[in-house]
Design a protein around this ligand. Structure first.
Ligand code: CTP
Length: 255
């Protein structure tokens, strides 16, 4: 408890002109629920939220931003921290420039072409940061091959856990109150039952963010699961054990 934890939540809005923007479908419900659950456990939670229609969670310090670049700057300004949970649905692209005035229709000339450029990846930045928090948790929003694609993100974004969720329209995840997730770490994959977003948040918070004692326990539990449950077999088991041991020794040193 008392540990400083950064949480990102909600979408980002990337302006095209003063009246239009590019965004992702995200209500902020899951990220805000995680911030609230961590605060309830006594953590010092710093929420960086994109534009959402829900209130700030109780007991949480909130920075409100619009764009991905603003979100990255706000997150970096909060480092160092003990843990980071990146739940925001960040827009991957923005237009190269935002028009200063409303772009008008031009009869006979067709639709405008908007050159796009990539936004910074906030989770990958934090995962590779010189001040990387001890525990970095990302989300993965997928519509197909959910676990397989989420595993790739675990590596490329250098995080400890990925919470993979299926956001295909039939699941009703975006904007809805429930979530079906898989918790992925070096040790393997845990399939969680369908839960409310609040229950997912509480389970995740209890899993490790409160203090490293919880984390060590979680890693230990995952490392101890028979390898037959993991598609990757034995290879997956050893990184889990190593991670578990690492956490135990880190915990002892940090106290
Ligand atoms: N993320 C981020 N910054 C971005 C894009 C994503 O911090 N510019 C974070 C999200 O908060 C989430 C994780 O990265 O924790 C995965 O996001 P997701 O949208 O699933 O994946 P992308 O990296 O955008 O990859 P793709 O769109 O190809 O699936």
């Amino acid at each position: 408890s008392g540990r400083k934890i950064i949480v990102t939540s909600g979408p980002t809005h990337e302006p095209i002109d003063p009246v239009r923007y590019i965004a992702n479908r995200s209500s902020g419900k899951q990220g805000h629920a995680i911030a609230a659950a961590l605060a309830k456990l006594g953590a010092d939670v710093r929420l960086v939220s994109g534009p959402v229609a829900i209130p700030d969670p109780l007991g949480v310090t909130v920075t409100h931003v619009d764009t991905a670049r603003q979100m990255l700057a706000a997150v970096e300004a909060l480092l160092p921290a003990d843990a980071a949970v990146m739940v925001a649905a960040v827009a991957d692209w923005r237009t190269e420039t935002a028009a200063g005035e409303k772009i008008k229709k031009q009869p006979g000339k067709g639709a405008p072409v908007l050159p796009m450029t990539e936004n910074p990846d906030i989770l990958a930045n934090v995962g590779h940061h010189a001040m990387r928090p001890q525990l970095v948790i990302g989300f993965a929003a997928e519509t197909e091959r959910v676990v397989e694609q989420a595993k790739k993100k675990l590596q490329t974004k250098r995080c400890d856990w990925i919470v993979a969720n299926d956001v295909s329209p039939a699941t009703g995840t975006f904007g809805g109150d429930n979530n079906l997730v898989h918790l992925i770490s070096a040790a393997g994959v845990e399939d969680w039952p369908k839960l409310s977003k609040r229950e997912v948040a509480e389970r995740l918070a209890a899993s490790g963010a409160e203090d490293s004692g919880g984390t060590a326990e979680r890693f230990d539990v995952m490392a101890g699961v028979p390898t037959s449950r993991f598609p990757g077999g034995t290879l997956l088991r050893w990184p889990g054990l190593v991670a578990g041991m690492l956490f135990y020794s880190l915990r002892d040193r940090i106290g």
